[in-house]
Design a protein around this ligand. Structure first.
Ligand code: CA
Length: 228
């Protein structure tokens, strides 16, 4: 984490400077690029540990930039989006971005998000047979879930949904990604499946399903399994 290079692709100079100063103060090494083309060059030249991408760039759509970055590497990508770019933000996640921040955001939020992403990348996913999240322990060989040591019975679909979220290691997973991976690519528009099954999972896992601690809703985007 210390001194890790972070590439910021953002054409708005004041935001780029704010982000760079915040990262420097947190002990990271920022590199900035004001266009997508420059960003692609810097990504090649500096081999950053994390890339921050603004969705509104002058020369290329931010989603297209993410697609091109993803074609070359698995470097974590954090998207910066304006509130009016809701649909683009989801397209960015579908294209392989790892997380997002909506403008305006504060230093604390930015640094927390960046640190969490660097931590996840350092832990390297790998197909661990046992996934632990808080009091949850998912045994991927036995297809079993334990909550605070006690077994919880899940249907096969509930298990796959929870496993998909657990493998994202705290990252948001979009509705389309969840539907495609759990139900199949023909079902990506069946949002109600997700609502129903998330309700089932919350009833089984959460102490208070109305105020979930584990299964968090990202409004209009998808879900994430809280990792701390
Ligand atoms: Ca912009």
């Amino acid at each position: 984490m210390d001194n890790a290079t972070v590439l910021i692709v953002e054409d708005d100079t004041s935001i780029a400077q704010f982000v760079a100063a915040s990262l420097s103060a947190a002990g990271l090494r920022p590199v900035t690029a004001a266009t997508a083309a420059h960003g692609l060059d810097e990504a090649r030249g500096h081999n950053p540990r994390l890339i921050i991408v603004d969705l509104g760039l002058p020369d290329l759509d931010g989603v297209e930039l993410i697609t091109r970055l993803r074609a070359r590497s698995a470097t974590p990508i954090l998207v910066l989006s304006a509130r009016i770019q809701e649909a683009q933000k989801i397209a960015a996640l579908d294209a392989g971005a790892d997380d997002y921040l909506t403008k305006p955001f504060g230093v604390g939020e930015l640094i927390a998000r960046v640190r969490a992403m660097l931590r996840r990348a350092a832990a390297s996913p790998g197909p661990a047979p046992l996934v632990r999240v808080g009091g949850l322990a998912l045994d991927r060989e036995a297809h079993e879930l334990r909550l605070d040591g006690s077994p919880v019975h899940l249907s096969p679909l509930e298990y796959r949904l929870l496993e998909r979220l657990a493998l994202a290691q705290g990252k948001v997973v979009t509705h389309r990604q969840l539907l495609a991976d759990v139900w199949g690519t023909e079902q990506v528009d069946q949002l109600h499946y997700l609502r129903i099954y998330m309700g089932h999972l919350r009833a089984k896992i959460e102490a208070n399903p109305a105020e979930p601690r584990y299964l968090l809703t990202e409004l209009g985007v998808g879900y994430r399994l809280a990792d701390e």
